[in-house]
Design a protein around this ligand. Structure first.
Ligand SMILES: NC(=O)c1ccc[n+]([C@@H]2O[C@H](COP(=O)([O-])OP(=O)(O)OC[C@H]3O[C@@H](n4cnc5c(N)ncnc54)[C@H](OP(=O)(O)O)[C@@H]3O)[C@@H](O)[C@H]2O)c1
Length: 343
């Protein structure tokens, strides 16, 4: 199969490239040459997806059996790109996100849940950022989906809507933060209930699903929800050989009242009901398999130990609670517990 990956130098795009090469496909990646590095065995075309001349060169290098687009964020750029590639491409795979749903992250979601309204020719920053949602990111991705469907039609399009993705080469550093926190030891602020079911998916499982031949349609791509927050943090503790003590602050409303920011200050903590209630049965029936969270954690730690480092990412700086603030919150929580005992 002649496969073109738009991106391909880190995290998801890179993992797709690695698996495609291992499966014997003829793989080309298209990128500017700024971040990450190319996987051995791929052909590369250097260019910018916002540059019309680059799109002409990409089309001339076709035909492509499948284009896998991991780096679409601006609808009108995706529209121009898909129009350039449509005559020389059989099938288009767009990596979208669960953030396209109107109900994300507050409502349970399935593929037929309402999607944010964004035109196919919208520019950057379309929409608005609400709390907890929606986001301009989600609007943009919804517009990109619309652009691909408009140009390729549903019979030639695969839309993937992953939830949070973890694993080696992760760039935001959400899992890395927890791993390094465990290494520091001491009392660790563990948010919410230990038994809360969560659905992060391993990057290698998303990649394998993206490479399934001939697949078209719309699919949520999240783990089954059999792992818990406790499984995740315990695995972080185990693989790092940590002596840290997990202190579960079970009253999430209390934690929110202390001003602790979900998702960023305590990565991967989401109190909203919909965050981990995404239905991915359709993908499972189409062949999605998900490894246990312990494997994702162990392999990410091994990658970090081997010198792995997140590519410099604009969102990396927003992660993590400071040691002093964590200490203060835990002391306040101790007092709340004592009050309850005394009452
Ligand atoms: N992380 C999550 O938890 C999560 C969850 C849901 C969905 N997603 C989606 O999953 C995808 C992740 O993809 P990814 O990990 O491969 O990273 P990405 O950030 O989408 O893509 C980065 C790749 O695109 C290339 N690139 C960036 N700008 C470019 C431009 N103007 N022209 C040409 N190439 C460009 C980069 O190489 P150069 O810098 O060399 O150009 C790099 O290879 C994204 O679409 C994201 O929205 C992620």
């Amino acid at each position: 199969m002649r496969l073109l990956i738009l991106g391909g130098s880190w995290f998801l795009g890179r993992t797709i490239a690695e698996q495609a090469i291992a499966n014997g496909h003829d793989v080309t990646t298209f990128r500017r040459g700024r971040t990450g590095s190319d996987v051995g065995g791929v052909s590369t075309i250097r260019g910018d997806r916002t540059d019309p001349a680059s799109l002409v060169r990409l089309a001339e290098a076709g035909p492509w059996d499948v284009v896998i687009d991991t780096s679409s964020f601006v609808p009108r750029e995706t529209l121009a790109l898909t129009r350039a590639l449509e005559p020389v491409t059989t099938r288009y795979v767009l990596v979208s996100t669960v953030s396209v749903y109107e109900g994300w992250p507050t409502h349970p979601l399935a593929e037929d849940s309402p999607v944010l309204d964004c035109p196919a020719d919208a520019g950057p920053g379309y929409g608005y950022d609400g709390d907890p949602g929606p986001t301009t990111y989600g609007f943009g991705k919804a517009g990109c989906e619309r652009a691909v469907l408009e140009v390729f039609g549903s019979a030639r399009t695969l839309l993937l809507r992953p939830g949070v993705i973890l694993g080696p080469w992760e760039y935001v550093g959400r899992l890395e933060w927890w791993l390094r926190r465990m290494v520091r030891g001491g009392r660790v602020l563990a948010p919410g209930r230990c038994g809360r079911l969560i659905q992060p998916i391993d990057v290698r499982d998303v990649a394998a699903f993206a490479l399934r031949p001939h697949l078209t349609g719309i699919f949520n791509v999240v783990a089954k929800g059999r792992d818990t927050m406790g499984d995740l943090l315990s695995a972080c503790s185990t693989v790092t050989g940590s002596t840290a003590i997990l202190e579960w602050v079970t009253d999430e409303q209390w934690l929110i009242e202390q001003g602790v920011r979900q998702w960023t200050e305590l990565p991967l903590w989401r109190s909203y009901h919909g965050a981990w209630s995404v239905d991915a049965d359709r993908a499972r029936q189409a062949g999605l398999t998900c490894r246990p969270i312990q494997e994702t954690v162990a392999d990410t730690w091994q990658w970090l130990l081997a010198g792995g480092a997140a590519v410099e990412h604009e969102r990396a700086g927003e992660l993590g609670i400071t040691p002093a603030r964590e200490h203060d919150i835990l002391r306040l929580w101790d007092a709340v517990q004592l009050d309850h005992c005394g009452a």
